[in-house]
Design a protein around this ligand. Structure first.
Ligand code: NBG
Length: 831
């Protein structure tokens, strides 16, 4: 293909494979879109606007997915497939239109339809709104997994909550984070299919009554309290070019009674509407905390609300089959994404015991064969617990069941571990003390047949430390499933230039078989290929530079190193380490202006939980440093610091393909896996990382020479802490670092306000530096020096970049989902 044509297509962002023949259908996509503008939207379709075209297209695409979806559902019943229920309180699907067009092979047609009417697909997609129904890694992982399940053809359903407000929209005002509501449904969305007839009651509070059945067995009946209705909304998830469509069912809270008639009659109009408002509150808003639970009643209500509706749905489908109950786990498996949905275990027990009148033994046998639990964090403060008092109030029957599960479990433990009198209290589902709490992770472990971690190191830490006692009790229950990311969104969709280049040389198979990227190793020595590789990267960097110019009003040099750290703000992720190093770079340039430095653009993005003071202070520090550095005429040709507001999936899609250096610098032992690291390396960025989470596995696959690992490993972090770690020693001995810290502890970055960052300074020194930032500082600086040195050698750098992409096949979510389905779920594709 002549070069000019290639470049032209790159710019146009046109579809890359000619095999994209749309599925046979009588009418064209554009015709259907026009039809929908008139008949579904009820608008004149002779005068088209961008908005009308968008929604018309959405409905036409949806039609095609629905046809496949209903076929697939019928097949599940006909083939009597075992089904997977993936329960997650968070999903972060990103924008829908492009991904769905790509999966169905309709991108070309949509493009033409819009072009003929004077609109552009890219521009329309830029305006599409993104549902932020998750906080970060956990929610995005759930969406990558839904994509892979559909592409693999698994009989699977996602389940979650249709929050009216997703994670807050972040604005930066005077350098500080300001949270704004994310009203993503303000204009409605046709990607959600409401099912007003799929409506289940969910109970809260109330009283448990006891009665004796015909066999003299004590039975329980939970009655009274408040009822809320759960209404289904389905989002369709198409597989990639395989005619398979699954769905994610998101529950929306609806008032049980539209109006409470008695108060209405008494003239209390507001009072009667009040009840409606508080019922709907349950699905109103996503809790904005990542890696830290929010111990509020409403959060527990959300958890039970969605779990109760989901178990109801599963039982309803199972009952249609007329099979005995012991077949429930043969025909279904439930994956709990973190402990958030673990109330499902006592809820299913309640259904089987109280409604289906099974014996405890039968019910427990079923549960233990049905549930599997994924743990995503080792932070002690993030392990979820609820007070017994709240549970007893809100879910009295479930609390009784948890007591009974615990009683039987501890009896067993005492029997098998007679010489360890402390063990029962350590593994108990309920803590001792004046305010006893239910440990949700213990409930999830005891009630599941599988417990998995999300990277090799993380699973090892679960075994050695966090759940050590349980390993001995349930030796076969624990396993690892290293996370993965979908190549459809994280390469094919977000990096069109590189996708072109890959398909030209390797064919299109890599999109569903990422191991084919291995073949890139044969191309590293081909000069023309390296040249094209670099051109692709430059195209992406220019696109990002344009965005930065537009959003932040700052010009950045696309030939500078784009060094990116985007993720939630958390002390353990150590954005602070990054900014400390930037300040010292700044000092060096000012002191030695004669030394020519490789220009560098440091880019940050991410949200802090609104109540996490320290994380917000760090955002403020970065912005204050940015303001100073970017406006300093001595340094601004060499150093730029950019904070991009409102980091989300769409912004990640722009950043990932334009990044040279991916910062993955958590304190070793703290990041369960990370998935951002995978997206960057897949797109040819080089990782600067600690030996933490899946960084270790990335290094194994891309090769030690193609990644910059630095700092203490997990064991060294523990050892140093045990030996006694004093950050003051480092402060005293490292003059460069001391200067940086003293600047933070003065008004250098906040003229007139010398105490703005004293909390940060204090935490790093008198606070003992809990995340070992100073301990890793020197090693981090040295790694950066190596990077600046090697980046200049373009041939070397591009080879390393190619070797990164080549080695990332393993980190496809397709691989992860295959491992889950073979190793845990025991389900097979139905395609
Ligand atoms: C996060 C971890 C990440 C991991 C994702 C997905 C939570 C509770 N955990 O390291 O911090 O990549 O889960 O597994 O959000």
């Amino acid at each position: 293909m002549p070069k000019e044509v290639k470049d032209y297509l790159r710019l146009l962002d046109k579809p890359l494979d000619e095999s994209e023949a749309p599925e046979a259908r009588n009418s064209a996509l554009g015709e259907d879109a026009l039809w929908h503008v008139l008949y579904s939207l009820g608008q004149d379709n002779t005068h088209l606007t961008e908005r009308k075209c968008y929604w018309g297209l959405v409905l036409a695409v949806r039609d095609r997915m629905l046809e496949k979806w209903s076929e697939v559902q019928r097949r599940y019943y006909k083939n009597d497939d075992k089904r997977l229920y993936y329960l997650s309180l968070e999903f972060l699907p990103g924008k829908f239109l492009r991904g769905n067009l790509l999966a169905l092979g309709l991108e070309n047609e949509a493009h033409e339809f819009l072009r003929e009417r004077g609109f552009s697909l890219d521009e329309i997609i830029a305006k599409e709104c993104e549902p932020g129904l998750g906080n970060g890694g956990l929610g995005r992982l759930a969406s990558c997994y839904m994509d892979s399940m559909a592409t693999y053809g698994l009989p699977a359903y996602g389940y979650g909550i249709r929050y009216s407000y997703g994670l807050f929209r972040q604005e930066i005002r005077n350098g500080q984070q300001v949270e704004q509501p994310d009203n993503w449904l303000h204009e409605g969305t046709h990607w959600l299919i409401p099912r007003p007839y799929k409506l289940y009651p969910v109970r809260f509070y109330g009283t448990v009554y006891e009665w004796l059945d015909d066999n003299g067995i004590l039975r329980h009946d939970w009655r009274g309290g408040d009822l809320v209705m759960a209404m289904a909304n389905d989002v369709l998830v198409p597989g990639y070019r395989n005619g398979h469509v699954n769905s994610v069912r998101l529950w929306e809270a609806r008032p049980h009674k539209e109006f409470v008639l008695s108060s209405f009659n008494a003239g209390d109009y507001i009072g009667s509407v009040q009840e409606k408002i508080s019922d709907e509150n349950i699905s109103m808003v996503l809790y904005p905390s990542d890696d830290a639970p929010e111990g509020k009643t409403l959060r527990l209500k959300q958890q039970y609300f969605f779990v109760a509706a989901t178990m109801h749905d599963m039982v309803r489908r199972f009952k249609k089959l007329n099979k005995p109950w012991d077949q429930l786990p043969e025909k279904n498996v439930v994956q709990l994404n973190e402990t958030h949905p673990s109330i499902a275990i006592p809820e299913l027990m309640r259904i089987l015991l109280d409604e289906e009148l099974l014996s405890w033994e039968e019910a427990w046998y079923i549960c233990q064969k049905l549930f599997a639990y994924t743990n995503h964090t080792v932070l002690p403060e993030a392990l979820e617990t609820w007070t017994v008092e709240l549970m007893e109030q809100l879910l009295p029957r479930h609390m009784q069941i948890i007591y009974e599960i615990n009683r039987r479990f501890l009896e067993d433990v005492r029997l098998h571990f007679r010489d360890e009198p402390d063990l029962p209290s350590r593994v108990s589902l309920i803590t001792a003390g004046p305010e006893p709490r239910v440990r949700m992770s213990h409930l999830a472990i005891v009630g599941s047949f599988s417990v998995n971690g999300v990277s090799a190191l993380h699973t090892q830490i679960l075994r050695d430390r966090v759940f050590h006692d349980f390993i001995r009790i349930f030796p076969d229950r624990f396993n690892n499933k290293t996370n993965g990311v979908t190549p459809r969104r994280w390469l094919r969709q977000c990096n069109v230039p590189l996708s072109w280049l890959l398909s030209e040389h390797l064919g299109c198979g890599w999109v569903t078989d990422l191991n084919q990227l291995e073949k890139l190793r044969e191309l590293v020595d081909v000069e023309e290929f390296r040249h094209d590789w670099e051109q692709c990267r430059l195209t992406n960097k220019k696109r990002l530079a344009d965005y930065i110019e537009k959003m932040n009003g700052i010009t950045v040099n696309p030939h500078s190193i784009f060094d990116v750290q985007v993720k939630r703000f958390h002390e353990y992720k150590r954005q602070l380490l990054n900014i400390l190093h930037i300040i010292s770079l700044y000092n060096n340039i000012r002191k030695k202006p004669e030394v020519k430095m490789q220009p560098c653009t440091f880019i940050f993005g991410g949200k802090a939980a609104p109540s996490y003071r320290m994380a917000k202070d760090i955002i403020y520090l970065i912005n204050c440093v940015a303001r100073r550095v970017n406006s300093d005429p001595h340094t601004r040709n060499f150093l730029k610091v950019i904070f991009l507001a409102n980091y989300n999936v769409s912004l990640a899609q722009l950043l990932v393909p334009a990044t040279d250096v991916s910062e993955q610098i958590s304190t070793a032992g703290y990041e369960a896996s990370g998935t951002g690291n995978m997206k960057f390396a897949l797109n040819g960025a080089l990782t600067l990382g600690t030996r933490d989470g899946s960084n270790i596995e990335i290094a194994e696959r891309v090769g030690d020479g193609n990644i910059y690992l630095f700092g203490l490993c997990e064991q060294e972090v523990i050892d140093l802490r045990r030996r006694g770690y004093d950050p003051w020693d480092i402060y005293k001995n490292d003059s460069e670092l001391r200067e940086v810290l003293d600047m933070i502890n003065s008004d250098q970055f906040t003229p007139g306000d010398p105490t703005a960052f004293s909390s940060i300074f204090n935490s790093l020194l008198s606070g003992g530096d809990p995340f070992m930032i100073l301990a890793d500082y020197r090693a981090y600086v040295e790694a950066h020096k190596r990077i600046a040195h090697e980046y200049v050698d373009r041939e070397l750098w591009i080879k390393k970049s190619i070797m990164n992409t080549a080695g990332m096949g393993f980190f496809s979510s397709d691989r992860a989902i295959k491992e889950y389905s073979e190793g845990i779920w025991d389900i097979a594709p139905d395609v």
